[in-house]
Design a protein around this ligand. Structure first.
Ligand code: ARG
Ligand code: ZN
Length: 464
């Protein structure tokens, strides 16, 4: 073997292009950091979210063109690197990108599937705040994913509506698409005069200039990306209050006859839920009824969307319960979806109980008498799998699990658990084991078997 001799560093002038090959990385320079991970390791959505940074704010400036039904958007992301990064990913399945900047300087980009990789001119050091700008233009469209239905950016007769759960936000936003990375949002949506734009949170004014009006909205509480919403089109808008909370509802003109009822039901449900779940976690509330017949609703933060129907009381109660359970206390992993849907369904049962129409126990008993092979029992709601995220068992057996808990610990402890879960986890993300731990702490009872049987065991729960 030849002796190992360390060659002297070449003078700068002697730098010649490196020979072609896998190591040909151009002039040598200190390598700082590596690329951030392309996913956050969610078992159900492996591409969802990205590693290496934390987003604090999205500024979304979007112009809607009624003629082409397309948009031109500039999204500015404020984030902090959590490791040294030579490059990082965003999730984006939207139209053609025209420009990308990081820290105000042009950044190289590449796209593969829903992964958009940005390579800044200089690496980002861990702990440093930075901005990333993505400009794009074209016609976004929804995801159509079998049992999960149609979701994301959905064109309507007179505009568009966003309902993005679970992984539809990248249809229109370059985003770190996981509920574990919540952020605040500002929306500036420019539409032709005659149309309107609504979004999450509080209105921050509108500015008319020439043939167009820009509507500004602000979501000042941390929000999961699937809850980010804009609604563009013709709307009848009502504003009111539930106590001190401004309530803004809007309906497509097709639902004009339901506008007043949507507003009053929203106010009534919100007042009651504050008594049951504790302080409302956000600045405003409301709801939107728009025309695409998706036949489901989404608990968009501060302003749920009912897609293709005027909701009855239970539906409104369900979506508003999500404001506490799902929106304020978010998921850390999609597998725990029953923490959203079981709780919101249980809120419907409590609403029945409040009106003396029924009791939660009565509803539970009737479901429990269903045959063991009923789809309300399978798959187990604590591990439903990606395709049954919104299946019957997540909603119904998930709510039954809460009734079983209530019967075990008694009303006093049960309602303390609900309130404390909402209060102590407000604005964050949490898991099923964390909920079980809180329930044990508040009740002083050992509940591992109850949760095991109700959430994870196959078939109809028998003994717990
Ligand atoms: N979280 C919504 C609700 O229960 C359901 C969302 C369904 N999403 C979907 N892509 N099908 O209110
Ligand atoms: Zn729900």
């Amino acid at each position: 073997p030849r002796p190992r001799i360390v060659p002297p560093a070449p003078p700068a002038a002697a730098l010649v292009p490196a020979p072609a090959g896998p190591k040909a990385a151009g002039p040598a320079r200190e390598k700082i950091g590596g690329p951030g991970a392309a996913g956050l390791g969610d078992a159900y959505f492996k591409d969802a979210g990205n590693g290496g940074y934390d987003v604090s704010h999205y500024d979304v400036a979007l112009t809607y063109d009624a003629g082409s039904r397309g948009v031109a958007a500039t999204v500015t992301i404020t984030a902090k690197a959590t490791e040294d990064l030579s490059a990082f990913n965003l999730d984006f399945r939207g139209p053609k990108i025209v420009k990308t900047l990081v820290g105000g300087r042009p950044a190289a980009r590449s796209r593969k599937g829903q992964e958009l990789t940005l390579t800044p001119a200089a690496p980002l050091r861990a702990g440093r705040a930075f901005t990333a700008v993505v400009q794009y233009a074209g016609r976004p469209g929804p995801v159509r994913a079998g049992s999960l239905g149609t979701y994301g950016w959905v064109p309507t007769k007179d505009g568009a509506i966003v309902v993005a759960e679970p992984d539809g936000a990248p249809t229109w936003l370059p985003v770190n698409d996981h509920p574990r990375d919540k952020a605040t949002y500002a929306f500036h949506v420019k539409v032709p005069n005659g149309l309107r734009a609504l979004a999450n949170g509080k209105p921050a004014g509108s500015v008319r200039k020439g043939g167009a009006t820009t509507y500004h909205w602000r979501e000042t509480s941390p929000m999961a990306s699937y809850l980010a919403m804009v609604a563009i089109g013709k709307f009848q808008v009502r504003t009111g209050r539930a106590g001190k909370i401004p309530v803004i509802t809007a309906v497509d003109p097709k639902y004009a006859a339901d506008a007043k009822r949507l507003q009053s039901t929203t106010v009534a449900a919100l007042k009651w839920e504050q008594k049951v779940f504790g302080r409302y976690p956000f600045a405003t509330s409301g709801g939107i009824v728009d025309d695409p017949r998706l036949d489901y609703a989404l608990e968009s933060q501060e302003r749920p969307v009912y897609a293709g129907f005027a909701p009855d009381e239970e539906f409104v109660v369900h979506e508003l319960a999500h404001q506490w359970f799902g929106d304020s206390v978010s998921l850390s992993r999609w597998q725990d979806i029953w923490l959203n849907e079981g709780f919101a369904t249980y809120a419907e049962w409590l609403w029945q109980e409040r009106g003396h129409a029924d009791t939660a126990k009565g509803i539970y008993d009737r479901y429990y008498r269903q045959p063991a092979d009923s789809p309300i029992f399978s798959p187990p709601p604590g591990r439903p799998g990606r395709s049954s995220l919104f299946g019957f068992s997540v909603y119904i057996r998930g709510a039954m699990a809460l009734q079983a808990l209530r019967q075990r610990v008694g009303d006093k402890a049960f309602f303390t658990i609900l309130k404390r879960w909402a209060a102590t986890r407000a604005g964050g993300s949490a898991t099923t084991p964390e909920f079980a731990a809180l329930a044990e702490k508040v009740s002083g009872k050992k509940l591992d078997r109850l949760f095991q049987v109700w959430l994870y065991q196959s078939g109809k729960p028998r003994k717990w």
